[in-house]
Design a protein. Structure first.
Length: 106
């Protein structure tokens, strides 16, 4: 598959499954990301978002290492973007596929 320029270009083969995960909590999203081999940094300080990085060797100050941030309250209308951002990184890095993502959700 050719590299994508934006997560908006991701065409979900199983897009209907997004509705099945609309109630995942931030903690559950963190577990999914960890199952995919991503490095999750829990929220600290005043913020309630957690950051998901490409690996544990990435510096939190390097914005290019951040795959996605997950808010404390994940609203259903934000789910599709979250899914696409995580899959976008997997496709472009050749580390995992959409199917791998859905397997990590379980």
């Amino acid at each position: 598959m050719p590299l994508l320029n934006s997560y908006r270009e991701v065409k979900l083969e199983n897009g209907e499954r997004v509705n099945q995960i609309k109630n995942l909590t931030q903690k559950e999203w963190m577990i999914v990301c960890e199952r995919l081999g991503l490095h999750v940094v829990a929220a600290s300080g005043k913020g309630s978002h957690c950051a998901v990085y490409k690996s544990s060797t990435c510096s939190p100050t390097d914005v290019s290492c951040c795959v996605v941030t997950i808010p404390c309250k994940v609203f259903p209308n934000f789910q599709r973007d979250l899914v696409k951002k995580i899959i976008f990184y997997g496709i472009n890095s050749d580390l995992y596929t959409e199917e791998d993502f859905w397997n990590a959700v379980r």
